[in-house]
Design a protein around this ligand. Sequence first.
Ligand SMILES: [Zn+2]
Length: 442
Amino acid sequence: MAQQTGSKLFKPEQSTPALIAVQSAKESDNTVAAIYENIKSTDHISASSTTCTVNESSVEEKELDTESAHQYDTHMLQTFDTLQSAMQAVSDYEENTISNFVVLEKKKNFGNEACPVNSAFKIHWYGPVVNNISIVDFTGVPYTIVGRKVLNCHLGKDLATSQKSRYAEKQAITQTEDHHFVRHRQLYQCTKKMDCAAKIYIYHFLTFPDFQIKKNSEWHRKNASKKLKNCVQKENAKGVHSYVVLFPKISDHSNHPITGEAANLREKIDPRVQKKITELYRAGIRKKSELRRLIEHFVNNEIFLGLDVPEGSRRRFFPTRKDISNVIGRSKHLGHGSVLDQSMLVQLVDKWKMDPSCSIFCRPHSSEESKEEIHFLFLYQAEWQKKLLVRYGNQITLLDATYRTTKYALPLYFLCVRANVGYAVVAAFVTQHERTNSIWRH
Ligand SMILES: [Zn+2]
């Protein structure tokens, strides 16, 4: 956080005019009007487009000891020049407060600095107000809101309730059908969501410092707005992008622990640790215990070299064996030539075809818009199977479907004959659908 320029920290003990405005608004009406009236009465116009008084030294303190833990028990408002530095501040906040945030809402143009200004854009001089806090106080500089992104605590509102109930209904139906073979875990808690209300608001502003007004009156604002709109239409208004982040109070988290071992266990894995696990795995280290030992060494001697090492229960830095397996699984997937099973199969078939003793046919699925859809078909027959089919297949040939008894979704068929010592599989094929046209030659 220290390297970001223009970082501002919102501290209640500092009696700035803007802050008095916010506090008194909280106590009184809690409305935009109240805040604006208070700001007007303080006659606070500064040259900067940021809202709160700077306390650079407090931004530099990041460690979560008893004293600085109180630092997070207040709303923090910070301004950044780039989206990258704003997102870095969010991830630092997550690390310092042992929390995780997920995207709840994101406007279309948020973060898109190349996006042209809409001709119907709205000019703001102060606001918006979130949790009774004005994101931007009046500074005389006009701006427009490009977009907004809201992050919610990962234990926040469950947004997928209808999706989950649909899935449960579908599962209940499939359970009653024949040949159902899906293993289920016993879930004692159906969701991790706890309806926590903590949210991070990130606003993307485009400010126009060239149109700053000296006096806050309706005439001045209208006049400047008119000039600005004209210049924007002629495309000669120079805008500056900025990002304002409103962090929640640590006490905004509700219904779940925020300190101690229970909170430590709910953390996500630090990206630096994830990267290290992938590197070690690619270097040939396969044993989980060895990987854990090396990660511990990496955290203690590289990430926290000369600093206080976090507790061993913090999953962010000391992942479990299962976490390590998951990271490896994901990295393996990325390392493959293709993520699609189908193209992997085509590559394998080419390899198998090197062996002349078996016959293989593979037709990948294709669904190009202009052409007719081609269904997937895979056939396999070994030399010995051919011989058995010729010898015993003249009287009776059976078709055995194993559809839905395997863990794969595609229907698998076996062609069988009764040989002198019992039934034998003489060919196997996999189709896309259980339909006749799936085995037609296109
Ligand atoms: Zn929470």
